[in-house]
Design a protein around this ligand. Structure first.
Ligand code: DC
Length: 236
């Protein structure tokens, strides 16, 4: 049977290496990669810049109506970058100030409906790898392949610390640990689409796997799902 283009949904806690895996998979398969967290980060940047009061329902709706998000492929870096209202905000959205607020913003119902509607549209043609917290549960409940990633908490802290240290040498390991713990807590206990493993997601613990080993394992899963697609639910 020939390989079909599928949807690959990758969820998991912060700094489990979701985006690394998702990017490598997309490159290998010729699929597009969408970092759904970047969308919540860009919305958070807009809220901070415009001092939007999160507790004010009307202010949130008004802010959202003024936000346009898009991913633009950069030929030089070979990556898609996040644009907020035509501005490339990719250089700013991974700052600690955004990391400190993004889970609160991502917990707002109206913010989620806005982002999820766009994410669903991006998957219409399949051939997509999307990572986030609710991709297999809310965005693409019928995705052919769902992966739930996890890794030892200290491994995750050191990975994120090294990543942040490159652009911000002032950052401390304790700050990073505190931020990850807080985000895990908010992301998994919020009312709207809390982070949890979908019943049909495959668990991938990469604490002791190299990037190459991890990619090889997942490519086998893709091969299986792309040649034996699961039946799509009748209401899809
Ligand atoms: O993947 P990330 O660390 O860039 O995500 C930033 C935040 O956005 C994360 O703390 C939770 C939220 N998020 C979400 O609620 N749903 C998603 N699909 C992706 C991210």
């Amino acid at each position: 049977m020939s390989a079909h283009k599928i949807i690959i949904a990758i969820d998991g806690f912060s700094s489990c290496g979701k985006s690394t895996l998702a990017k490598e998979l997309a490159a290998k398969l010729g699929y597009s990669y969408i970092d759904s967290g970047a969308m919540y980060r860009a919305i958070t940047l807009y809220f901070l810049r415009n001092q939007v009061d999160y507790s004010d329902h009307a202010a949130v709706l008004d802010a959202i109506s003024n936000i346009s998000l898009s991913f633009v492929f950069n030929d030089e870096t070979g990556r898609s970058e996040m644009y907020l209202n035509e501005e490339n905000v990719d250089p700013y959205i991974r700052d600690m100030i955004i990391a400190e607020k993004v889970s609160e913003v991502a917990a707002i119902r109206e913010v989620r409906s806005f982002a999820v509607a766009q994410q669903k549209r991006m998957g219409r043609k399949k051939g997509i790898v999307m990572d986030g917290r609710d991709i297999g549960t809310a965005v693409f409940p019928d995705a052919e392949l769902k992966i739930f990633m996890t890794a030892d908490p200290e491994v995750r802290v050191m990975r994120r610390f090294k990543e942040m240290y490159e652009t911000n040498p002032q950052v401390t390991i304790d700050e990073v640990r505190h931020n990850l713990e807080l985000r895990d807590y908010i992301d998994s206990t919020r009312e709207e689409s809390p982070l949890h493993q979908a019943a049909d997601a495959i668990l991938l613990d990469n604490s002791n796997l190299s990037k190459e080993e991890q990619l090889d394992i997942v490519l086998e899963w893709v091969k299986d799902r792309a040649t034996n697609p699961r039946p799509v639910s009748p209401n899809n």
